[in-house]
Design a protein. Sequence first.
Length: 159
Amino acid sequence: MNITKIYRRRIIPRDCILLKDDVIVAQDDETVITKWNTLNPKPAFSHGCSCFFLKEGIKISKVYRSDNSLLRWYCDIVAYDFDPEEKSMTYTDLLADVIIDSQGMVKVVDLDELAEAMEHDWITKEQTLLCLRNLNRLLSLIYRDKFDRLQTKLDSLGL
């Protein structure tokens, strides 16, 4: 499918927005790659690029400061829905994230939000299991020094 629109759905806070300013740079059966500026400007970072790994249920983003220096890699655990008629993809942020700073330090974040969402039935059991399995696969790649396999998609495009 040729995707022309991307929506981001969040569980906390609950919303779904069209990422109308994101630019789709490349796509194939396994990935969609975008460039973007932050939705809400922040002093620490201003722009970046993302690779949606459609089969792995992850989105990795390379986040840059305004001087184009790398701030960090931000990895979201996500689920995908596609609408062939609208040529759109909606990704649901399943809350658990992994941050890799520019020195390579790894931090898992937002597990408290995952627990809260489970507690209030804002996330299904299936979504939670998908989140935990995909988080485990991502961390296994990182801990085995194979994160470069994911980075290559963005780096090969000069992003």
